[in-house]
Design a protein around this ligand. Structure first.
Ligand SMILES: Cc1cc2nc3c(=O)[nH]c(=O)nc-3n(C[C@H](O)[C@H](O)[C@H](O)COP(=O)(O)O)c2cc1C
Length: 214
């Protein structure tokens, strides 16, 4: 890792080093103690009304990983076929998951009924529930980075397929499949930028003063 030991990573270091990882998984499994620390970090996320609407399904069974990888491969082909030829050519070399190589999937789910009907702070903005679950994912992602563990978010799936695959009860919504595993290195530039799919924009374009047009 570029000049910093995991023990001494500041939160800014972790934010800077974090990458969506697909091709850099080392092939080793993340050990249980490390995985638990990462999940503990996720579970410390802020949540609307302290509802903690997330759950984490840890998947390691090879049959399940292979079934999900095959489904994701189909969805990748569907997306690829929807693209105009020039975009399809740019997309072709881009890897979109490390489901098999990481050896561990963490399915993050959301339960809107967690905490009962009176969620403090959710009354007029219902999405705050899902926002909370997504914050847990970001905590997980940064903690993993500090542990030299990579995370890759996979969203090329039909929610109903994933629901059936990991047997989610009614009312529990899958939010993400995260590939989690030790990495050889973190890329310094996001894959989508390296492969010419889409570059980021400058902070100066994102910050506005007083009004959105200001
Ligand atoms: C909600 C969400 C869904 C994503 N889904 C995928 C995905 O299915 N496959 C993939 O390769 N990357 C996925 N990504 C990763 C993004 O492509 C990545 O975060 C972005 O290109 C910036 O790169 P970086 O995370 O390395 O900075 C997803 C990211 C988010 C936040």
């Amino acid at each position: 890792m570029v000049g910093v030991s995991a023990d001494h990573l500041s939160v800014y270091d972790a934010i800077r080093l974090r990458r969506d990882v697909r091709a850099e998984f080392s092939g080793e499994l993340v050990d249980d103690a490390t995985l638990w620390r990462i999940l503990d970090a996720a579970h410390r996320a802020p949540s609307v009304g302290n509802s903690q609407p997330w759950d984490f399904v840890v998947v390691r069974r090879e049959q399940t990983l292979r079934a999900f990888a095959a489904h994701v491969a189909d969805k990748r082909v569907q997306f690829r076929d929807s693209l105009p030829p020039e975009r399809a050519a740019t997309f072709d070399p881009i890897k979109i998951d490390g489901i098999i190589e990481s050896g561990t999937g963490v399915v993050v789910t959301h339960d809107d009924s967690r905490g009962g009907p009176q969620i403090l702070g959710r009354a007029s903005v219902p999405e705050t529930g899902v926002y909370s679950t997504v914050l847990a994912i970001q905590n997980l992602w940064l903690a993993a980075t500090a542990e030299q563990v990579g995370v890759g978010w996979v969203s090329f799936y039909d929610p109903e397929f994933l629901r059936a695959l990991v047997d989610l009860p009614d009312g529990i919504k899958p939010v993400a499949w995260l590939c989690v595993g030790p990495v050889r290195e973190f890329q310094q530039v996001p894959d989508l930028e390296r492969f010419g799919w889409r570059s980021g924009r400058a902070l100066t374009e994102a910050v506005h003063h007083e009004t959105f047009g200001g």
